[in-house]
Design a protein around this ligand. Structure first.
Ligand SMILES: [Zn+2]
Length: 272
């Protein structure tokens, strides 16, 4: 059993992840995603808005539609932008689709706001009350204009201090700041990290990069003392299923921990 905690899809020509898909030789379509998941034994995926060429995320309503079309294979995570209006409309949509929505996502580093921005107060209140996780983009940004000072994983420490009931997921394990992300996961009972979007790039050193990533994540798990709060994710189409699953195979951890990473932890965090 495998659960992918981080998938993107839009089927729109202005989807900004299309260049990543092409680089990976992917068609990046609904049918390809579902058949690839089936081929790799991935039963479930959490679907997040991809960015569009104008910098905005795919509307959450479209994410719901794609999930409904998948008949239970994909579940929506709503992306929340930093304006009062956006937060209010996402919370309204979450109320209307209570049985479907599995969490929220904040695009740190891409938006001009920090995780502690007061604009997100209502979102965190709602997420805490409903027991829904909030995913934060952390680490490297896919565009040169991204703001690393806002996406560094340590930016979530104050929020986690202040919001003990909030489940926080650090997307991409804070890459390349694995140790900083590990410290947060170790320090805070409700902070998790996902492994999505790691094996991208590397060029001539692709294989070496995978080995380095496997070492970094394994060592982070040793530091944390276990893999109870590490989640498998691809970031499809940024990373291919085969590469993301190979990375989990390369981890030097106990088999029980591999199973936790592949599905057990996600089942708990997303209430699947
Ligand atoms: Zn992503």
């Amino acid at each position: 059993m495998v659960i992918d905690a981080h998938v993107h899809l839009s089927e729109r020509p202005d989807d900004a992840l299309i260049p990543f898909a092409r680089r990976n030789g992917l068609r990046y379509t609904f049918d390809e995603l579902l058949s690839t998941m089936r081929t790799h034994g991935v039963q479930h995926g959490l679907l997040l808005s991809p960015p569009l060429q104008d910098g905005t995320p795919l509307p959450n309503g479209d994410v719901i539609k794609l999930c409904r079309r998948s008949q239970g294979t994909l579940s929506p995570i709503f992306t929340v932008e930093p304006t009062k209006k956006e937060v209010a409309s996402v919370l309204k949509l979450a109320e209307q689709s209570k049985k479907e929505v599995k969490g929220f996502k904040v695009r740190l580093g891409y938006i001009k706001a920090s995780a502690e921005g007061p604009v997100f107060g209502d979102l965190y209140d709602y997420a805490e009350a409903e027991g829904l996780p909030v995913l934060f983009h952390t680490g490297d940004t896919a565009s040169r204009s991204g703001d690393l000072s806002l996406s560094h994983p340590l930016n979530l420490d104050r929020l986690a201090n202040r919001r003990e009931e909030l489940t926080i997921v650090l997307c991409h394990f804070g890459s390349p700041w694995f140790e900083d992300a590990a410290e947060l996961v170790y320090k805070h009972p409700k902070v998790y990290a996902d492994m999505s979007g790691l094996t991208t790039g590397g060029g001539t050193y692709g294989r070496k990069l995978s080995q380095w990533l496997a070492r970094k994540v394994s060592e982070a798990i040793y530091f944390i003392g276990g893999a109870e709060k590490v989640l498998f994710g691809t970031d499809y189409p940024v990373t291919k299923y085969s590469d993301a699953l190979d990375l989990v195979k390369l981890l030097d951890v106990e088999e029980a921990d591999r199973q936790r990473i592949l599905w057990r932890n996600a089942q708990k965090v997303f209430g699947l």
